[in-house]
Design a protein. Structure first.
Length: 657
């Protein structure tokens, strides 16, 4: 995938390699040699990537005036995070590892516009490493994002046709064996391709990669088709024919006979029956599967209960009806006609004018109501979409721009996605209590889609939106995240243009987070209680307290018999307050994060308080190192629970106190 001239890329590469020590060089060579396989190869700089990942610590800072907390809101469950998503994802790795059900992203498409920020640098159109940098940029972020997904989680990625193949190979690399497929979305209604070979390049792809437990939830609406009942079993009608002419498939062109009513049904000459008849099988010929007679005997064929039934007593009467087209029809096709084979068979028979159908039972349903992959149908096409095709009807890019303009009043952001597209994806991919992450949130469409879906189905989905400021040297004050993403969500929540807003129960709130990056060595000095409370709150309760943590004792989470606290400094008053808590809050034990856990544990033990204490600095550091990092060591007071019992019974089931 090298797109550079040899000189330039080689010089740059050699310069980079000069900084590496022997061990790093060996690693790089080993990686290079073992990577020789079918797939994508780009000038990834593995060393730079590794070094950058855990270089410093990212801590969240809540900016209350930029968030939205209506009356009664004590905790924020929705987040808007400002900054380079590389840092946002590092924070989320610490707070949301294994908790996100759906990630939807619409990354910059590598079009050459200055539309993507590569760890604080905009990548220019003329940068000849553009493909490699783009791939490396996404690789870094996708590998972090991978750790956030639940075991049944899924990531959906929008991409244009041009970059699809590159991105798909990259996704294969990051999510090996996890490819589920892709949707095609018709993104435009008119022609736009003045330069290309097509009148219009009007589709985009949505690539889907899921963990093993992932299933689409299916479309509840399609269950409404199961309106026929037999005993306690519901079934729907499905076509019993296939698209072959009677001359091509003479064996499957025959009358179906309903043994119960003694009525015959003629076959459509343009669409023969889907099953062979045992009476049409030639000698020695074997039939795979059931014959039509088997299907009738198994009660799998539906015959219309109320219909016109005729008997033509003579050939003349039959031919007369044919001439008047007064015979069974399928659409505009007459099923009895003058030169059909075996015309006289129909004289004197009871002939049904209705059409038999296949009974598709709801029980034992497999993928019946799952989406089909050519899936996102624009509204203009809706009328021609098949009734039972499970195709959600969504908007186009034009509609995305129009909807955003309605909220923001002007053209605040180029080419936002229409909320209906993301809503349709989320309706299929989420359950009502899931967390939805978009780390290329741009104008915040995903947040609006989550709110709309919650209002439609009563769900309590939460959103995490990561958006960059898009500030550059030329526009240092630009803040897309604050002025478009967060502002849009605020207006959607409070209602705009005569549209109602969203209640707290529907998720009508969010915290606005900015990120502070600290050197690990400075952590003990520069971390504020508010940093720690926000981080621990997100980790253990999945929420940020609305009241900033100023107090010396801050409740982080509460379980059935435990209380988790942040205790940035231990004074005699704080110790007294701690000791009073188990009785006041009716819990058996305390879990406390404090600067000196051993000393605190000893003090609590002296007073007979059951507690597990953790080093605050270790907790902050460990969370940033992700799963591979060192776990903070718990210190227990006598008779206290063990570390593992806290993790199993306490921290993971933490609710907001
Ligand atoms: C294609 S747009 C997404 C639009 C979004 N789906 C919507 O409907 O508004 C891609 C977004 O990614 C943002 N972006 C690019 N590099 C980024 C980075 N490193 N961190 C965070 N956002 C970034 C751009 O600012 C842009 O807003």
């Amino acid at each position: 995938m090298a797109h550079d001239t040899p000189n330039r890329s080689t010089t740059a590469l050699l310069q980079n390699l000069e900084h590496l020590n022997a061990q790093q060089l060996r690693r790089l060579l080993a990686e290079h040699l073992t990577r020789q396989k079918l797939g994508l190869y780009w000038e990834s700089n593995a060393i730079e990537r590794d070094a950058a990942l855990n270089a410093n610590v990212v801590l969240p800072r809540v900016v209350p005036q930029l968030g939205h907390a209506p009356a009664g809101c004590l905790h924020h469950r929705n987040l808007v995070i400002e900054g380079d998503n590389f840092d946002s994802l590092r924070l989320l790795r610490a707070t949301h590892g294994g908790k996100v059900r759906v990630i939807y992203i619409d990354p910059p498409y590598n079009t050459g516009n200055k539309d993507w920020v590569y760890n604080d640098k905009f990548v220019g159109a003329n940068d000849r490493w553009r493909h490699s940098q783009w791939l490396e940029f996404l690789y870094q972020r996708l590998t972090l994002a991978r750790e956030l997904l639940t075991s049944d989680g899924v990531i959906l990625v929008s991409i244009n046709d041009e970059n699809r193949s590159r991105l798909e190979l990259l996704m294969d690399e990051v999510f090996p064996g996890r490819r589920i497929g892709s949707f095609v979305w018709r993104s435009r209604s008119g022609g736009n391709d003045t330069k290309g070979a097509f009148h219009s390049t009007n589709h985009e792809h949505i690539l889907i990669y899921g963990n093993p437990g992932f299933r689409f939830s299916g479309d509840e609406k399609s269950y409404s088709m199961y309106k026929y009942e037999e005993g306690n079993r519901l079934f729907r009608l499905s076509d019993l024919t296939k698209a072959h002419d009677f001359r091509e498939r003479a064996n499957t062109y025959y009358p179906i006979f309903d043994t119960k009513t003694q009525i015959y049904y003629p076959c459509n000459p343009q669409r023969v029956w889907a099953y062979a008849s045992q009476y049409r099988v030639k000698e020695g010929q074997k039939i795979r599967g059931d014959t039509m007679e088997d299907m009738v005997a198994k009660n799998m064929v539906w015959f219309p209960p109320e219909q016109r039934v005729e008997v033509f007593e003579s050939e003349a009467a039959l031919r007369d009806a044919i001439a008047r087209r007064d015979v069974p029809m399928s659409g505009s096709t007459p099923l009895l006609f003058d030169d059909m084979p075996d015309l006289l068979f129909w004289v004197g028979k009871k002939i049904g004018f209705g059409r038999p159908a296949f009974k598709r039972f709801k029980e034992g349903l497999k993928n019946e109501n799952q989406p089909i992959s050519s899936w996102l149908t624009p509204k203009q096409e809706a009328e021609t979409a098949e009734e039972d095709s499970n195709m959600p009807i969504v908007g186009t890019t034009e509609e995305g721009s129009k909807e955003l303009k309605e909220v923001m009043g002007d053209k605040a952001f180029p080419y936002p996605k229409p909320p209906s597209v993301i809503k349709a994806l989320l309706a299929q991919a989420t359950q009502p209590n899931d967390i939805v992450l978009d780390f290329f949130a741009g104008s915040g469409t995903t947040g609006q889609a989550v709110l709309e879906l919650n209002a439609e189905d009563g769900g309590k989905r939460r959103f995490v939106l990561c958006s960059s400021t898009e500030a550059t040297a030329k526009e240092p004050d630009k803040n897309l995240c604050r002025d478009v993403c967060a502002e849009r969500i605020r207006r959607v929540i409070t209602g705009y243009g005569g549209k109602p807003g969203y209640s707290l129960a529907q998720g009508g709130e969010f915290a606005y987070l900015q990120l502070d990056t600290l050197e690990a060595a400075d952590l003990a000095f520069d971390t504020t209680p508010a940093h720690a409370a926000t981080l621990l709150g997100l980790q253990h309760a999945g929420a940020v307290p609305v009241q900033a943590a100023q107090a010396e004792l801050q409740t982080i989470a509460k379980g059935s018999d435990w209380l988790m606290l942040l205790c940035p400094s231990v004074t005699p008053q704080v110790l007294d307050a701690l000791c009073a808590l188990p009785a006041a809050q009716q819990v058996a034990r305390l879990v406390v994060y404090a600067p000196r856990p051993k000393a605190l544990a000893a003090l609590l033990a002296e007073r007979g308080i059951e507690a597990v204490t953790y080093s605050l600095a270790d907790a902050l550091l460990q969370s940033q190192a992700g799963r591979k990092g060192r776990s903070p060591e718990p210190v227990e007071t006598s008779g206290a629970v063990t570390d593992s019992s806290v993790a199993a019974g306490g921290l993971t089931e933490g609710g907001v106190a």
